[in-house]
Design a protein around this ligand. Structure first.
Ligand code: PPS
Length: 300
């Protein structure tokens, strides 16, 4: 829950503005120069997503794969947002994401970003770092983003559902257009082989299978025991009840409004989009998503 002191001290509900053609807020670009000059290490792993596409899920999978057996203390005492810092995040009175990454004691370092591909600091490409991108179908992604915007005071005011729906379609939410984001990263895969592009829906359908694919990309061969531990640890209910994974310790989120681990489902959008929303969405989608090789499932 956001403390009253925090609410008084910070200019919460920042206004989005156009930043190099993408809708962003001050809390995401105020550290731009430092973030752009960020020095990677070759074994850094970047976890990139449009907001609410499954970042925390995949972050926790990677964290358990690398450190689940070697650092039991970490599992009990360090929240996921400190284990996998959010690179571009910069809010007064908080350590910046970039400084958090610089102070990470782990190898590899797991780093989170929501940047569209063109904003990623060049050092990641120059050092050929591994990148895991997670995409989620736009309808569920949008609903999740709406509830998250309602509860998170670092995000712009979402308005009611119908105005958020409109803003999402117009790309006027933080990080801009979902369509451009997932498509830009999909294109990157063609020229950058060290990118593993995953789908939330696949992870939901068969978590073990997707972890196997991830391990093969990362060159990991977990024991059967470790794999079972990861598959079990990252089940929705287990993460929801895990204080280190559910963000309940993070300030500036009002859990009275919604929870971070809200539904964790594919197809929840059906309870939120009206028939008119759905038609408008589908028309707009056809115009914007021209690449037939990039396919999303809105139900499984
Ligand atoms: S953030 O704030 O952008 O980093 O959020 P992100 O982690 O990307 O997305 C949060 C949504 O992912 C769901 N989630 C999961 N779903 C299924 N299984 C597991 N283990 C899981 N962990 C997180 C989370 O519930 C949010 O989706 P919604 O639809 O709102 O429930």
């Amino acid at each position: 829950m956001a403390s009253d002191a925090l609410q008084r001290e910070l200019p919460l509900r920042p206004e989005p503005f156009d930043f190099h053609g993408v809708s962003m807020t001050k809390y995401l670009v105020d550290n731009w120069e430092n973030v752009q000059n960020f020095e990677t290490r070759p074994d850094d792993i970047l976890i990139a997503t449009y907001p609410k596409a499954g970042t925390t899920w995949v972050s926790y999978i990677l964290d358990l794969l690398y450190f689940g057996q070697t650092s039991p203390e970490r599992q009990k005492s360090i929240p996921i947002y400190d284990r996998v810092p959010f690179l571009e995040f910069i809010v007064p009175n908080f350590v910046s994401g970039k400084d958090q990454v610089d102070n990470l004691p782990t190898t590899p370092r797991l780093i989170k970003t929501h940047f569209p591909v063109q904003f990623v600091p060049k050092s990641f490409w120059e050092k050929n770092c591994r990148v895991v991108y997670v995409a989620r179908n736009a309808k569920d992604n949008m609903v999740s983003y709406f509830y998250f915007s309602c509860m998170t005071l670092f995000l712009p005011e979402p308005g009611d559902w119908s105005s958020f729906f409109q803003k999402f379609l117009e790309g006027k939410v933080s990080y801009g257009s979902w369509h451009d984001h997932v498509s830009g990263w999909w294109q990157k895969k063609l020229t950058y082989p060290n990118l593993h592009y995953m789908f939330y829906e696949d992870l939901s359908e068969d978590t073990g299978r997707e972890i196997d694919k991830l391990c093969s990309f990362l060159g990991l061969s977990p024991s059967a025991e470790l794999k079972d531990m990861v598959v079990n640890g990252v089940q929705f209910d287990n993460m929801k009840n895990n204080q280190m994974a559910n963000y309940s310790t993070f300030p500036a989120m009002d859990f009275r409004i919604s929870s971070f681990m809200r539904k964790g489902k594919v197809g929840d959008w059906k309870k939120h989009l009206t028939v008119a929303n759905n038609e408008a969405f589908d028309d707009d989608y056809k115009k914007k998503m021209k690449d037939p090789t990039l396919k999303f499932r809105t139900e499984i």
